[in-house]
Write a protein that binds this ligand. Structure first.
Ligand code: NCD
Ligand code: ZN
Ligand code: ZN
Length: 349
């Protein structure tokens, strides 16, 4: 049987290494969708106000667990939002809690709810040194925010302006370049040492900027970092399906209510938790690389975070299904990725 004729696929249970669950009423949707197939997820801290302390993270974790369907063993892995004021002690508390697994660096103003982000790494020096000492990974939204830099170049410019100096200054700090979108980021991660890894989203594998802009503006395909041209998409597909353990699954599923996306100033974020693994399966199948999905989805992230690999399995089947136009999201509708269209794979157990 050639790879392209695979109709069933069994994998170790996957984890989502970059996820926005939001809070309160939204948790019912996001947590139940993610917990169906994912065993663990790295939970982003960009709430309003952001999760900046271990105490806040533990309270947030409890709200997530309360929203989890009974009998489900989903494990949220918490992160803290790095600010100019993050202290060394806070890093130590995060580590000691055993519940906080990383810090998140948002350049101020780069993306949704990032106004508390850092403007300069100097005030963070002690916190970064503590992370390095404790081997707590720094997760990076890798885009510069200077107004003179074109939005399509913000990731590439970030590599030279911020990433390289950061890695030189902290030579053993573990860094995950989150939701990479360019061939430049792929090359950078490949040439860096083993402490540098990257997450890749399903939408950056399946879409490019034509899907955002051809035939009208498609606000539901607007996310940050913004979709790039198809040559970058091809580089991401190649990286994700290469079997290289530096690249692993992080959906960046980031829900916003329909009216906030279909808006004169629509906000950034694509919701994919309703079908994340199935969307990745489509991308890997199209690259004739379904045999590489398990490492990417279920092994490499756990290895990087030094957590055990999952021992349970899930099975996907080649079976088309129609994605609902919307899902309930608190008291608002949410338009998911592939809204009203077919997906070719389905998780069956
Ligand atoms: C994310 C969000 O909505 O929280 N949006 C997005 O487009 N990815 C923020 C982020 O991950 O940068
Ligand atoms: Zn981001
Ligand atoms: Zn994100």
């Amino acid at each position: 049987m050639t790879k392209s004729h695979i109709t069933q696929l069994t994998l170790a249970q996957p984890d989502d290494w970059h996820l926005h669950l939001r809070d309160n009423a939204a948790l019912k949707r996001t947590v139940s969708d993610t917990a169906r197939y994912f065993s663990r997820a790295i939970v982003m801290p960009n709430l309003r106000p952001p999760i900046t302390t271990t105490a806040l993270a533990i309270e947030y974790r409890d709200r997530i667990l309360d929203a989890c369907p009974t009998g489900n063993n989903f494990m949220p892995l918490m992160t803290l939002y790095l600010t100019d004021n993050t202290s060394e002690d806070e890093v130590q508390r995060a580590y000691d809690s055993g519940m906080v697994h990383a810090f998140k660096l948002y350049p101020a103003g780069a993306t949704t709810n990032s106004d508390a982000g850092v403007t300069d790494l100097k005030p963070c020096a002690k916190a970064l040194a503590a992370m390095q000492r404790l081997q707590l990974p720094l997760l990076v939204h890798g885009e510069v925010t200077s107004p003179e830099i074109d939005i399509f170049d913000r990731e590439k410019v970030f590599i030279d302006q911020v990433m390289r100096p950061l890695l030189l200054e902290y030579p053993t700090l573990k860094v995950i370049f989150e939701h990479i979108t360019t061939a430049d980021a792929v090359d950078f991660v490949l040439e860096s040492d083993a402490r540098i890894a990257a997450t890749i989203t399903p939408h950056h594998l399946l879409l490019n900027r034509n899907d955002l802009l051809v035939g009208g503006v498609h606000p539901h395909n607007y996310c940050l970092p913004v979709l790039k041209r198809n040559t970058h998409q091809q580089a991401l597909i190649k990286a994700a399906t290469s079997g290289n353990s530096k690249f692993f699954l992080g959906t960046d599923s980031a829900p916003h209510a329909q009216h906030l996306k279909e808006n004169a100033c629509g906000c950034a974020g694509i919701y994919s938790s309703h079908a994340a693994l199935e969307l990745y399966a489509e991308a890997f199948e199209a690259a004739n690389a379904l045999d590489k999905l398990e490492g990417f989805a279920s092994h490499f992230g756990a290895d990087f975070y030094q957590l055990p690999r999952n021992t349970s399995t899930i099975t996907l089947q080649k079976e088309s299904w129609l994605v609902p136009k919307t899902y309930p999201f608190g008291d608002q509708p949410l338009v998911p990725m592939r809204s009203g269209e077919m997906i070719k794979w389905k998780v069956i157990s």
